[in-house]
Design a binder for this molecule. Sequence first.
Ligand code: G16
Length: 548
Amino acid sequence: MIVSTLDITHISCAPFQDQRPGTAGLRKKVSVFSQPHYLECFVQAIFDTLKLPDGSRLVIGGDGRYHNYDAIQTIIRIAAANGIREVIVGQNGLLSTPAASLVIRKYSAAAGFILTASHNPGGPDGDFGLKFNTPTGGQATEQVTEAVFRASQQLSGYRIASLAATDLNRIGVTDLCGIHVEVIDPTAAYATLMQTLFDFRAIRAWLKAGHRIRFDAMHGVTGPYAHRIFVDLLGCPPDSVLRGEPLPDFGGLHPDPNPIDAAELVAESLRPDSADLLAASDGDGDRNMILGPDFFLSPGDSVAMMLASLPLLPGYRGGVPGAARSMPTSRALDVVAAELGIPCYETPTGWRFFCNLLEAGLIGLCGEESFGTSSAHVREKDGLWAVLVWINLLAAQNRSLKEIASEHWRHYGRHHFQRQDYFTADTAAANALVKALRDTLPGLSGKKIGSAQIETADDFHYHDPVDGSESAHQGIRLVFNNGARIVYRLSGTGTSGATLRVYLEHHVRDQATIDQASAKVLQPLGRLAAELARISHFTGLDAPTGQI
Ligand code: G16
């Protein structure tokens, strides 16, 4: 028998100064990530910071975007040189973000590397990204990612093992010089878990009765998961899954499940023969958009309505101990939680802030305005899970999505919500705007504007109730005494320039205003938000460059 030993080389190079992870991992253009030593140095900085015990197990998978396959081979080599002895990797290098979270937990891995830039475009000119998760399956905390950033700035090089490329296409186990590499079916554990959470029998009966679903995988990672669950297990016709083949450039599309980038699905929902539920997920499968015939369900409403109906789902019969939303997300969830008598936590933007609350058992449901929702079944947001929640709720209630929403609003009032984005290539101008706005806060508190008054004007500061950590400057809030709210923050997921996000919200209770379009109700608030922040003055933009 030939026993080969691991051949490890130390490569010296200058450190990179731009490897600070953002809202969810490090995201850069492919051209940046694929330059010599760049990925290697970031991965080395992670190992230097995590200091995993020798012999540890690692999970690796990604959304299938351009550079995924090569990056996985590199990570395996660096991991081997840093003491990792077992690697679990999804077939073809694929693992959706929520499935990766599940696999990390299932295999008691010491860490997970998820290769994704989420909903950002892919391909050679697109974006690439890498985030690393802890043994809980959740994303590393801000403290850890900052420590990695500091380590990356001081590196003198990295260690790399000389290993043959792993065949990621074939399920099975390979021994590479003592490194145990297991290629797994990326959908298996996930599909099994979903069957314990939802009433597959009731859903099958609902589908047999003639109801239809339509799911747009946007050429991201969820195609194989959707085929397995919707087609194989629930019996939907194969054409229920749209763009189900993962492609390195997402077919040239922007794999972001929102009404603009998934416009084709929105158009389908407006047709007389629309399916009963239409949904889309993003590149890495953690986001969701939910539509019904002639109806768009806003993410803040979706999580609030889920909380109100959770006991209808087999996995959630006993309800949840608490719920959480990110600060800019509409406060529709708070109203439901208050009626249920459970706490509703407000966290900074970034799924990682929910993880401590989930891990400590303080919450069992959480959601964000950015089309993310999930429960304690994993430690990431979960697009297909959200779609299954809604299919199960429709099947259990035998009512349309629009009817369920209308009844919810009659009872709780409606939180009209809109996010306006102002993109500028001039990052300094965007930072100056935020600084100037921050400086005006003391004068805004208590200020009367028309018939309303600003009750609170502050810069959101989060105190984590579980580990006591503090996160400052997480977004500027203007809360009015008439149910309105404006929030400003800079996006943390872009790879160039800066995007100012302006979140508008108005809670209304009278039926006439409930029935109006959110864009119309929020128009005056949008104008006020632009004036107060002097957006045109700082950026030259007289209107949002995008809105959802
Ligand atoms: C990431 C985070 C989310 C966050 C979103 C938007 O989502 O995981 O928690 O809400 O970015 O962030 P920003 O407003 O900073 O662009 P994803 O799906 O991109 O991983």
